[in-house]
Design a protein around this ligand. Sequence first.
Ligand code: ATP
Ligand code: MG
Ligand code: MG
Length: 548
Amino acid sequence: TNSASNNFIRQIIVEDLQEGRVDEIVTRFPPEPNGYLHIGHAKSICLNFGMAEEFKGRVNLRFDDTNPLKEDQEYVDAIKEDVEWLGFKWNELRFASDYFEEMYNRAVRLIQKGKAFVDDQSADQIRETRGTLTEPGKNSPYRERSIEENLDLFARMRAGEFGNGEKVLRAKIDMSSPNINLRDPVIYRIAHATHHNTGDTWCIYPMYAFAHPIEDAIEGITHSLCTTEFEDQRPFYDWVVQETEMENVPHQYEFGRLNMTNTVMSKRKLKLLVDEGVVDGWDDPRMPTVSGLRRRGFTPESIRSFIRELGVSKSSGTVDSKYLDHFLREDLKLKAPRTMGVLKPLKVVITNYPEGQVEWLDAEINPENPEMGTRQIPFSREIYIEQDDFMEEPPKKYFRLFPGNEVRLKHAYFIKCNDFVKDENGNVVEVHCTYDVETKSGSGFTGRKVKGTLHWVDATHAVPAEFRLYEPLVLDEAEDGEGEFLDHLNPSSLIVEQGFIEPNMKDVKPHDKFQFFRHGYFNVDPKHTTEDHIVFNLIASLKSSFEL
Ligand code: ATP
Ligand code: MG
Ligand code: MG
């Protein structure tokens, strides 16, 4: 696809600018601080910040914090960090809660115009009288309260005279509208709760559908971009802007949300995984959160390219979660040093190599980017290879080590297997080989060919390392019921191996990224790595069909 033309929002903006409907575009990214951002939010971030950047407009980071019960400063801080890490800068940082007074005044204006009323019905009664798609709703018995009575009751709601749920303020529109969102929607509710920003100043809070258009109008947002679930809310959005007499008139446009296979994409469910201890936090490398992807080792560039390539349309298709790996490989191909690591070690003794001798071999750091130079790797009589790279009785087309077979050791020599040692349980614990000094890598040896090339690490110099291998957290996301996805967790979403790495790797730092030969891309885990314990997270395997 051509990423310049795969975004219908861009077309709308281009036309709005060309035809002078707006002089400058202003967008906002409006997260509710009730959880950490996930890759779905990254789509919205890339769109809102990306359009502002491209058309030299402005973009606000606005916390949509109108529900005190679920919001927290921890989430505010995490969201700011994630947006910045993705590489974006906001023009202004705003909080919806800073506009509570203004929202209250606009609600009062609605009452004064006879367009809002205080309802004493319970939430259940309101739901039951709302009607259905085929049946109109019923007017509330409190719908015809006088303006004076409504003004008085609303002021007393604010003053804290009533308990939670005793009263609400509703817009007075049309209980028989075909759009259920216009059937006298609730716009204020009572919640005696401490708010992370306004403390105990308020005990009434505006509903999202009422608050959002006012927030957009206050900030002069021109293009209010949201996902398609809000399409049916657009008439109410426009109603609020008009009836509360906002000076700026923002417009809402809906785009398709991002869904990915084997991926839970809802803050509520992700919070459940954290609260139930299924994962070790919001930033667990298996989480589709921005912080989880960062800890796993994904780069901002890879996430941005992924989202750019998917484009923006009205439909919300489901993307194969493996597709993101492609962009990570593209990003790191030329940047990440290549190295060798053995995840499940098996000792190999090279019986004709002199005892006590060590030679240091030259190895390119990245053959696709020669400017990165070379590294030195030791070679001696004892090395480690992968357990899976040796078989006593190999199947057909197994080109690795087995009795009588010869393979190439990457950057070193050909070795030939002559013998092996088993423990009392019948497991192979040591393989005996001989090497051919003529076959040294780089010597131009052409005497004979071998089909297999193995990675390895010199045993006497090897540095221990832990490798954490990941698979999707959920087997599928078909179930949508409360908590049910917890029954579909992948039991092998995390596999931990204790292996070895090259000695030149001993001083790696958190977030250093490498391509391990034949394994894939790994990131040094920032949470579990210590001075003497290096932990690598598998970011993405290599695309090759190679399988251990
Ligand atoms: P969730 O449903 O995961 O809890 P949310 O929509 O409640 O997310 P908000 O904090 O309200 O979370 O989202 C902020 C912005 O991110 C909204 O404009 C929302 O439309 C957008 N967004 C959320 N999820 C996705 C997604 N999967 N794809 C694209 N945009 C999304
Ligand atoms: Mg939301
Ligand atoms: Mg939500």
